[in-house]
Design a protein around this ligand. Structure first.
Ligand SMILES: Nc1ncnc2c1ncn2[C@@H]1O[C@H](COP(=O)(O)OP(=O)(O)O)[C@@H](O)[C@H]1O
Length: 312
């Protein structure tokens, strides 16, 4: 009985907030305010409305009205706004990080935002651990809220532009992003599934410096006209070697579930950007020494000073 009252009190509170949001959105609209702000208010209202139906979510709806998602649309007002798509283990983090150093824009990985949240002891962290350790996707509301906070704090530090890695992962996320800013380019990295599983199983992180390494030694012969692929391991320096840990979601069963979910959800996202003429498909020819120069060539970029560490 008490639980029921609490539930209805929460729903009532959310409805009130939703009504206020719609009213605010309407006021902003009638004042012919900036186009981005109008769309942001609509997105916030829609997300707030969907949060009304969620029994488990007792947190406020994601705050898309904050400064974080006030992103400039016009390319002349900002630096690059790129997105990396690709299956778990394909190397999005490595190449996104290298490009972010080269172009001087932040590399924002939603997986890292989740892991930061997991390292805290808040109630959200317990909820997230259960989802992530089953290889499932966290809700659009949670991920948008974490991304929004990250963009807001970056904006406060004067950051401009971004390379997103791991977002958007669903068509709804792609539409939310499209509603608040313009994406210039979407790079879709590809590798065959057998290589992806081996790469995920070989991933290691230094628990001290956070460096990413890979102990897998991949050598797959070409068959039926398909080229073979060779990827040397990315071994850690000696001071990291004794501190390596494996991500809790990099077990074979969880990797396979993540790949299955990725295959189920990625096509509409790819199609969304393909239809906008923004999708660059890139088949990785091998490890970093083979792939990095080819990726730069495909992007019409040059790296005269390639002093980046092998692992991102
Ligand atoms: N955009 C997103 N939407 C939903 N869940 C996400 C998103 N980004 C990351 N996650 C969650 O964080 C986990 C780790 O993400 P990530 O580090 O990008 O791993 P990977 O690409 O190797 O699966 C995912 O399995 C998922 O549970």
């Amino acid at each position: 009985m008490r639980g029921g009252c609490l539930k209805w009190a929460v729903v009532g509170w959310k409805m009130l907030k939703w009504a206020v949001t719609l009213t605010t959105g309407g006021l902003v609209w009638s004042n012919s305010f900036d186009d981005r702000v109008k769309k942001m208010n609509i997105v916030w209202a829609v997300l707030s409305f969907s949060a009304l139906t969620s029994e488990t979510d007792l947190h406020p709806p994601p705050s898309l009205s904050n400064a974080g998602l006030l992103l400039p649309r016009d390319p002349k007002d900002r630096t690059v706004q790129w997105v990396f798509l690709g299956s778990p283990g394909v190397g999005k983090g490595t190449y996104a990080s290298r490009l972010s150093h080269l172009l001087g824009v932040p590399h924002i990985a939603t997986g890292d935002l989740i892991r930061e949240e997991l390292s805290t002891s808040g109630p959200l962290s317990l909820q997230l651990a259960e989802i992530v350790n089953q290889g499932k996707l966290v809700s659009d509301e949670i991920i948008v809220s974490l991304l929004s906070k990250r963009l807001e704090s970056g904006g406060a530090k004067g950051e401009s532009g971004f390379i997103l890695d791991g977002f958007p992962r669903t068509i709804r996320q792609a539409e939310i992003l499209d509603g608040v800013t313009e994406i210039d380019l979407v790079i879709n990295l590809k590798l065959s599934e057998d290589v992806l599983v081996e790469k995920c199983l070989g991933r290691r992180i230094c628990s001290q410096c956070g460096g990413n390494f890979n102990v897998a030694n991949i050598s797959i012969k070409g068959e039926n006209g398909r080229p073979g692929i060779y990827m040397a391991p990315l071994l850690p320096p000696t001071h990291c070697a004794s501190k390596l840990i494996t991500r809790s979601d990099d077990t074979e069963a969880v990797i396979k579930e993540r790949l299955r979910i990725y295959n189920d959800t990625s096509q509409p996202v790819e199609e969304f950007y393909r239809s906008q003429g923004k999708l660059l498909e890139f088949d990785l020819p091998g490890g970093i020494p083979e792939s990095w120069p080819k990726l730069l060539q495909a992007l019409n970029l040059e790296d005269h000073d390639d002093k980046q560490p092998a692992a991102a």
